[in-house]
Ligand binder design. Structure first.
Ligand SMILES: Nc1ncnc2c1ncn2[C@@H]1O[C@H](COP(=O)(O)OP(=O)(O)OP(=O)(O)O)[C@@H](O)[C@H]1O
Length: 246
């Protein structure tokens, strides 16, 4: 099943097109990396796909339905680009992850035992079970990022859309994250992940789509970045048009 199907997507900000007729597909159980230099349009494409910014032309389908009429929000786990959870938010770690269950609940019904179990499991899966009761503002930046990953996992999604989810996350926790994603993929979850540094995630990626100035310049196997060390072909990807020699 095609989970994401974007066709001819154009997005305009302030009278300037930042996406030019972009296409993107992701199938059930497939992991696609969205790559490209700063400002190439990756976050804009993700937001357009989710209906957070309007398309000026083209269309975006989620599970075969136009994004604007797609109602099963609980099928989607979204990790936005890192902004920090915010020092002013007086929520605990557990409360932030619980927000991932809201789309599954009939508000104002209270959390069920299953909600609580899934929140605890999600926190454990990112190695933060022992921090559940702490204010989220007391966690480090990388730990807060893992809380946002746990929140997305807590929705038990059929599609995970993640915008640089491992930015600021250390190597050991990136390995843990790669294992988690491999489990979700095996269950049929589709994954779209915006990344600069592939690291351990390179092993679970099926396909890469590269954006350059709002155009798709590659859609296929993970390309090898220019100047990469042969032993570590998907180590650190530089920001300045890394794919031009691929
Ligand atoms: N809200 C906005 N208003 C106007 N222009 C915007 C807005 N958001 C993004 N842009 C512009 O759109 C272009 C694409 O930005 P986008 O954030 O999609 O790039 P990106 O590939 O995700 O970059 P990065 O790797 O730095 O996160 C950039 O030129 C950016 O300045």
């Amino acid at each position: 099943m095609t989970v994401i199907d974007v066709r001819g997507a154009t997005v305009r900000y302030d009278k300037r097109d930042v996406l030019h007729g972009v296409g993107l597909t992701v199938a059930e159980g497939e992991a696609v990396a969205l790559l490209g230099a700063n400002g190439s349009g990756k976050s804009t494409l993700v937001k357009a796909l989710l209906g957070l910014v309007p398309l000026s032309s083209g269309q975006a389908l989620l599970f075969g339905r136009p994004t604007r009429s797609f109602r099963n929000r609980s099928w989607i786990g979204y990790v936005p680009q890192r902004l920090g959870i915010g020092g002013g938010v007086p929520a605990t770690v557990s409360e932030v992850v619980s927000a991932g269950r809201l789309a599954r609940r009939r508000i104002p019904f209270p959390a069920t035992a299953e909600d609580r179990r899934i929140v605890a499991d999600s926190l454990a899966s990112v190695g933060l079970a022992d921090r559940a009761a702490e204010p989220v503002a007391a966690l480090s930046g990388g730990q807060q990022q893992r809380v946002l990953i746990a929140r997305a996992l807590a929705t038990r999604p059929k599609l995970l859309v993640m915008d640089e989810p491992t930015s600021g996350v250390d190597a050991a926790n990136q390995e843990l994250f790669a294992k988690l994603l491999a489990e979700r993929l095996a269950e049929g979850c589709a994954v779209l992940i915006v990344m600069h540094e592939l690291g351990p995630l390179a092993d679970i990626i099926d396909r890469a789509v590269v954006l350059s100035d709002g155009h798709v310049t590659h859609d296929g196997p993970l390309p090898t970045p220019r100047g990469a060390d042969g032993d570590h072909p998907h180590g650190v990807l530089p920001d300045d048009n890394p794919w031009s020699g691929a």
